[in-house]
Design a protein around this ligand. Structure first.
Ligand code: SF4
Length: 477
């Protein structure tokens, strides 16, 4: 077991996650010791792996000569803390012989820093070395963050962030629960007799949102979950008709339905989605290796993915996203190359390449269970190259805790096909009103302040307490 001992509470988050990133298979615990002799100490079985002293911090300050504005950077309280992270990074790097592609950036979204610097007038030539020097990020990742920030800014300039808003509708049911799932989604079989009641509550919440949002501009709608296509075609039609009846499309830029699991997609359901004018769908294989799909409990075949994709294309869907996960248990570089070849043959319009993130709530919850992630970097690079061959470029990026190899998730899209909602949920520049069990609404104020309101996760509770969920929204909106 590895112990991280910090002199201040505020040091714990970054130092814990950095240690975890350098030692992904180890159990890491952290604690505060006010009178500790070092700022941070990392030990394992009585052996010191790293110890950051005052002298180390002064050494970093001297080497960098920090800029005055460092304290204003998101996630960085004062130069001392960032210098401490840098000193610890260098010691753990020396100890393990490894580098982390995103350097000392732990909880901070890389594109947020890039967008901030873009607004301050930085050029790419200013930003890349600045990012590398201050946060020890690799050149490749610094360039990726910049490229995405430039793309996102172009989109933000077109969006109405004052009067505009987005709508999220959650359907928390799936055909089976994947072993890596950390969403609050339940198996459809457990809820099939209560879906109509769920839709009653959902439509009540939607009608309320439409009423209080009159005069605002609805920019994007995202129906996610879970798997919305677990609904029967009649139920799907009822939900989409409710949205049609109460929300104006005058300012709508994008309307997505996450079809997600191919074992839930039928021609009839796709026809319903098409008839309601949905512009974007997602058909998510995660991998095109049957042995992995069986292993992670997805209970569908590779052929079902291909069939669902071809059917959607034949029916005229012109913006289809596919999600892949790199670092799935037992997968090799060869498996990933084969998956990418099959995806390229389909040629979707968006490809989202995730690195496996393991959360405590998932059934698969240890790095050992995943078989490690030694080749994760080559896998995500292969994903980026395949996206490039399909004519796509990166448009959004986010990172999660306990993500394989401490890497990132990147969305790629062909020209004009970027998923706007995906960017909005990450960059928090527009209010997103969310309905359904387990959904979280975020109200973004003009000064950047964000207030949240959560719906209960449990489906029964959501149905029974729908009045209270609406009341919470009334307070938020
Ligand atoms: S399809 Fe997605 S939401 Fe459903 S169980 Fe799998 S990971 Fe979870």
């Amino acid at each position: 077991m590895i112990q991280v001992i910090c002199r201040k509470e505020t040091y714990i988050y970054n130092t814990y996650h950095m240690t975890k990133a350098f030692y992904p298979s180890a159990e890491v615990v952290s604690r505060r010791e006010e009178k500790a002799s070092n700022y941070v100490m990392v030990t394992a079985d009585g052996e010191t792996l790293a110890a950051v002293s005052e002298k180390d911090i002064f050494g970093e300050i001297k080497a960098e000569k920090p800029e005055k504005d460092i304290a204003g950077d998101p996630g960085v309280e004062k130069p001392e803390k960032r210098m401490l992270d840098k000193a610890l990074y260098r010691q753990l790097k020396a100890r393990t012989g490894r580098d982390l592609a995103w350097g000392i950036l732990m909880g901070v979204r890389p594109t947020k820093l890039a967008i901030k610097k873009l607004a301050e007038g930085f050029s790419k030539a200013d930003f890349v070395p600045w990012f590398m020097k201050n946060y020890l990020v690799s050149r490749e990742k610094a360039e990726l963050a910049w490229q995405i920030a430039v793309k996102e800014k172009t989109l933000f300039d077109k969006l109405d962030t004052k009067e505009g808003y987005s709508l999220y509708v959650g359907i928390p049911f799936c055909p089976t629960v994947c072993s890596y799932c950390s969403f609050s989604s339940g198996e459809l079989s457990a809820w099939k007799d209560r879906i109509d009641e769920y839709l009653d509550a959902l439509c009540r919440e939607l009608r309320f949102i439409a009423g209080v949002s009159a005069g605002k501009r609805l920019n994007t709608v995202y129906i996610g979950g879970g798997t919305p296509t677990t609904l029967k075609s009649g139920q799907l039609d009822r939900l989409l008709s409710c949205i049609d009846a109460h929300f104006s499309r005058e300012h709508l830029l994008e309307y997505t339905v996450e079809a997600g699991r191919p074992d839930s997609i039928t021609k009839e359901k796709l026809a319903v989605i098409r008839n309601h004018g949905i512009t974007r769908i997602s058909i998510n294989p995660q991998t095109m290796q049957q042995k992995t799909l069986d292993r992670i409990g997805r209970k569908h075949t590779v052929e079902e993915v291909e069939k669902a994709f071809f059917t959607a294309r034949e029916m005229g869907f012109a913006n289809i996203n596919m999600d892949l996960i790199m670092g799935l248990p037992g997968e090799t570089k060869k498996d990933v190359a084969d998956t990418l070849k099959r995806i390229e043959a389909l040629s979707p319009d968006n490809l989202t390449v995730h690195s496996l993130a393991i959360k405590r709530v998932a059934r698969m919850n240890s790095r050992e269970e995943t078989g490690g992630c030694a080749d994760i970097e080559q896998m995500i690079n292969a994903g980026a190259k395949a996206a490039g061959r399909m004519g796509m470029s990166p448009y959004y990026l986010y990172r999660q805790k306990n993500i394989a190899g401490n890497f990132e998730n990147v969305g790629y899209a062909k020209a004009g096909k970027a998923g706007i909602y995906n960017i909005l949920i990450m960059e928090e520049v527009q209010t997103i009103v969310a309905c359904g069990a387990g959904s979280v609404s975020k109200r973004v104020y003009p000064d950047g302040l964000i207030k949240r309101s959560e719906n209960v996760k449990d489906v029964s509770q959501y149905i029974e307490r729908i009045g209270e969920m609406i009341e919470r929204k009334r307070v938020l909106i």
